[in-house]
Design a protein around this ligand. Structure first.
Ligand SMILES: Cc1cc2nc3c(=O)[nH]c(=O)nc-3n(C[C@H](O)[C@H](O)[C@H](O)COP(=O)(O)OP(=O)(O)OC[C@H]3O[C@@H](n4cnc5c(N)ncnc54)[C@H](O)[C@@H]3O)c2cc1C
Length: 389
């Protein structure tokens, strides 16, 4: 087992670091105003060659690996301290484009991937509904075939990038088939009559780009936009594991940022005439933070390195690493807030924002109990039980 990056990976890391540092310091106003120059950020990522990382070159991607994705996104998050910097790689490489790669028809890949991969059209994941989140196989949004089109009707909420993005990978129930067997995915494009996009609720963290609502009232969507219909759910989840990997990287990088901010504070702040880092309780806390980060790093890198075709993270590894991050990060940032004393409760230090970002990340991509259920189903297949009432 080799823990060193190759020269190519080190170059990629350095490039991502520079691209992230170019936006360093902007997070304060993005967080305060809940708005960011998302298009400009995407453009700068394109110039740095950081889009479409795992997508094959024939569709305009870089043809790289899931580990390349981890290297880039970790460095972008960490150097910029903003989740916005991870969005362009996510939208051009993550679950959306990865699902399009699995589309039933080559025509669908040719129609959508080049624009998505180049960052010209952002692709959001529209899964969660007002009445269905964890129980994603109970979705009420429907897609009904009518001639050469599907008629899509339903509502989604908490959709990252709505109303900014141009394409929505909508999970819907096909052919009225109940349960997971009926769930498929279809791409609904901005401008489709009947599609209404709204900014939605304000979030405490992950601010700067809305997590909005998507309302579809009898949207007529051409058949070529279909990724997978009924029966395609488990394949779609294979691509969706990029979402879990992304969440895991988020936790890793934001933990690193919180650790760096906290060490800096503890070295500068004095109490009883000495820097507080010289109190044993303080540096033991910092060591615990370091150990938590290093353990989570290994799970994140493992989920990337074991990806199928170097592109689709495996269900067990990606879920384990996502769960590790979702539980580790809020504990770690809370420890960071505590070590900042009263300053941690003010808006003057980055640690409070990192803590709010940690809270926002806890359930995005699946809440910890639901992830535990998914892991248990794989570890103990003989002891599965019905979740439904
Ligand atoms: C920052 C952020 C970004 C997001 N981005 C997107 C996006 O881009 N696209 C998208 O589709 N969604 C997105 N989401 C939505 C997210 O995926 C859901 O919030 C999440 O899956 C939980 O669903 P829910 O909010 O409906 O909670 P619920 O499912 O109502 O869960 C509420 C509570 O009940 C618990 N619970 C539910 N079922 C079980 C069970 N079987 N066993 C044990 N406990 C259970 C949960 O763990 C949770 O604590 C985002 C959310 C956030 C916070």
């Amino acid at each position: 087992m080799d823990f060193d990056f190759t020269p190519e990976q080190l170059e990629l890391k350095e490039r991502a670091h520079k691209a992230g540092m170019a936006w360093r310091g902007r997070h304060t106003s993005w967080d305060r105003d809940d708005a960011s120059p998302y298009r400009e950020v995407t453009e700068s990522m394109r110039e740095a060659g950081l889009l479409g990382l795992t997508i094959p070159t024939e569709y305009g991607g870089k043809g790289g690996t899931a580990l390349d994705y981890v290297i880039v996104v970790e460095e972008l998050f960490r150097s910029s301290q903003s989740w916005i910097l991870g969005e362009p790689p996510f939208c051009t490489t993550g679950p959306g484009p990865s699902m399009v790669l699995l589309a039933e028809q080559e025509e669908t890949r040719r129609k959508f991937l080049p624009d998505i991969v180049n960052g010209l059209k952002g692709c959001a994941i529209a899964l969660t509904e007002p009445d269905h989140g964890s129980d994603l196989t109970d979705l009420e949004t429907t897609a009904v075939l009518d001639g050469d089109d599907y008629i899509v009707t339903g509502s989604k909420r908490f959709i990252t990038g709505s109303p900014e993005n141009e394409i929505y990978a909508v999970f819907a129930r096909f052919d009225d088939i109940p349960g997971a067997k009926g769930v498929g995915c279809i791409l609904v494009e901005k401008g489709t009559p009947g599609l209404d996009l709204e900014p939605g609720a304000q979030f405490v963290g992950s601010r700067g780009l809305p997590h909005g609502e998507v309302h579809m009232h009898e949207c007529r969507v051409p058949r070529i936009n279909l990724i997978r219909g009924a029966g395609g759910f488990s394949d779609l989840m294979t691509a969706f594991n990029m979402e879990r990997l992304h969440n895991s990287i988020y936790s890793l990088a934001f933990a690193e940022a919180a650790y760096e901010e906290t060490v800096r504070y503890c070295e500068e702040r004095k109490s009883f005439g000495r820097p507080i880092i010289e109190f044993q309780a303080t540096y033991h806390s910092l060591v615990d933070m370091h150990v938590a980060i290093e353990a989570h790093r290994l799970l994140t890198y493992k989920a990337a390195v074991t990806a199928i075709d170097s592109r689709f993270p495996r269900p067990l590894d990606s879920t384990v690493s996502k769960l590790s991050g979702a539980t580790m990060l809020p504990n770690l940032t809370q420890q960071g807030v505590l070590l900042h004393g009263g300053d941690g409760a003010t808006l003057d230090f980055p640690i409070q924002r990192l803590h709010r970002d940690a809270i926002a990340a806890m359930v995005a991509g699946g809440s910890p109990p639901v992830l535990r259920n998914a892991i248990a189903a794989q570890l103990f297949p003989g002891h599965r039980f019905r979740q439904h009432a």
